[in-house]
Ligand binder design. Structure first.
Ligand SMILES: *[C@@H]1O[C@H](CO)[C@@H](O)[C@H](O)[C@H]1NC(C)=O
Ligand SMILES: *[C@@H]1O[C@H](CO)[C@@H](O)[C@H](O)[C@H]1NC(C)=O
Ligand SMILES: *[C@@H]1O[C@H](CO)[C@@H](O)[C@H](O)[C@H]1NC(C)=O
Length: 271
């Protein structure tokens, strides 16, 4: 087991997939006590704009959509294999300049079947654990991003509605709002959030932001409960809104070389 642990750490520190597999094979030839090859997951490195990888019903994207506002910086995102009934992934980034602009949103998302309205979906169980290796000067959030739209074939980079659940808020970054103040403080699934509302273009954005400066590093909930809250309190039209994306990531604004790690993320839904 010790050899396997050392191998796993070695895998994470290498930057491209092919050499890692070779390294793993070499180690296995030389160390007969290692686990079988099928349990060794090579890290997949995604370093270019929108580099993408999908496996096990999930996708991981190195999304650098706001990078042009940076004076300098770079980011790589890594798919690290299965973890329980979900996946393990991470992202290394550094961005400088324009402190209030999002540079990137490295994310992992559930691959969805089109045409399921929120009303039809009974449950959206999810669990995640995350950490940053440093918080000093890091401006970023850690947030679920869930788009819904009346058109089941809506592009998956926006929607009619955006539901965000901010588990982390580092360096004083702000959600979209009207006037900067929360519209409510609510407790859902045992976690307390300040709720912000605003528009991004014509998209209505509801951001549930963890209250009281306490980042939620380990989260487990049914996201349907957040939609239920919006149905009850904000006339959210669940019978005509289709689920378009169901993902979690970190919106990176600025900061020194930082590593965002997600040792486990799972997101399921049932209709
Ligand atoms: C989002 O759209 C892109 C491009 O059309 C596609 O490659 C990707 O699989 C889509 N993601 C999901 C979760 O459907
Ligand atoms: C606004 O929406 C666009 C997609 O339409 C998205 O790329 C961008 O991240 C959103 N801006 C914010 C601040 O959330
Ligand atoms: C955090 O991770 C980044 C990227 O791997 C690394 O460059 C940096 O040195 C790490 N910082 C600390 C404080 O460990």
């Amino acid at each position: 087991m010790k050899a396997f642990t050392a191998l796993s750490i070695g895998l994470l520190s290498v930057a491209s997939a092919t050499p890692i597999v070779e390294e793993a094979r070499k180690l296995q030839r030389g160390t007969p006590t290692l686990s079988p090859a099928t349990t060794v997951q090579a890290t997949v490195s995604l370093c270019t704009q929108y580099a993408y990888y999908a496996e096990n019903g999930y996708e991981v994207l190195n999304n650098l959509w706001g990078k042009d506002s940076a004076t300098s910086g770079s980011q790589c995102t890594y798919y690290e294999g299965a973890s329980g009934d979900g996946i393990k992934w991470s992202s290394d980034w550094t961005w400088q300049g324009a402190p209030d602009n999002v540079k990137a949103y490295p994310y992992a998302g559930r691959i969805l079947t089109k045409g399921n309205t929120i009303a039809k979906i009974k449950q959206m169980q999810t669990a995640v654990e995350w950490s940053y290796n440093t918080t000093s000067n890091v401006r970023a959030n850690v947030a679920y991003d869930i788009f819904t739209a009346e058109d089941p074939n809506h592009v998956n980079s926006s929607g009619d509605y955006e539901l965000m659940i901010w588990l982390g808020r580092l360096g004083g970054v702000w959600p979209i709002s009207q006037g900067g103040a929360p519209i409510a403080t609510v407790t859902i699934a045992g976690y307390t959030f300040d709720l912000y509302f605003g528009y991004n273009g014509s998209m209505k954005v509801y951001s549930f932001v963890r209250a009281g400066n306490n980042d939620i590093k380990s989260f487990k909930a049914d996201v349907k409960l957040f939609f239920n809250y919006l149905v009850t309190n904000h006339q959210y039209p669940q019978s005509t809104q289709n689920l378009i994306v169901y993902q979690i990531g970190s919106e990176a604004f600025t900061g020194p070389p930082a590593r965002f790690s997600v040792p486990s993320f799972s997101a399921t839904y049932s209709v």
